[in-house]
Design a protein around this ligand. Structure first.
Ligand code: HEM
Length: 86
């Protein structure tokens, strides 16, 4: 449920940039994209461009009509949040 989702900062996100451990943000939500890489119709390389990053803009440019929420439902990790101020 919602209570098990993480709050992910940009610095946490950036560490998940490897093929076997790839996270990406789309519209404020953080997804583990690793399980989907080999299924992406646009190829692994394209999808890996957004690993460890916010992919919202690239996603909107390439296929805004795709229902990402539905497709990656089981892969959601949490929500992007600001770095804690120090
Ligand atoms: C194609 C899903 C992220 C680039 C597709 C298609 C789907 C899909 C369903 C087929 C669309 C169609 O034929 O109408 C996803 C999902 C993503 C994602 C669920 C997020 C996890 C991205 C990103 C990029 C990208 C970030 C660019 C960096 C492409 C390209 C195609 C494509 C170029 C067209 C491939 C072709 O028709 O030859 N994607 N995509 N995708 N995707 Fe993605």
């Amino acid at each position: 449920g919602v209570d098990t989702f993480l709050r992910v900062t940009p610095s946490m996100l950036r560490r998940h940039n490897k093929r076997e451990d790839a996270w990406a943000v789309f519209n404020g939500k953080v997804y583990n994209i690793t399980p989907y890489l080999s299924y992406h119709p646009g190829g692994e390389r394209e999808l890996m461009r957004v690993a460890g990053r916010d992919g919202s803009k690239l996603f909107a440019l390439t296929h805004a009509w795709v229902n990402l929420d539905y497709m990656l439902d089981g892969c959601m990790v949490g929500f992007l949040t600001a770095e804690p101020s120090s």
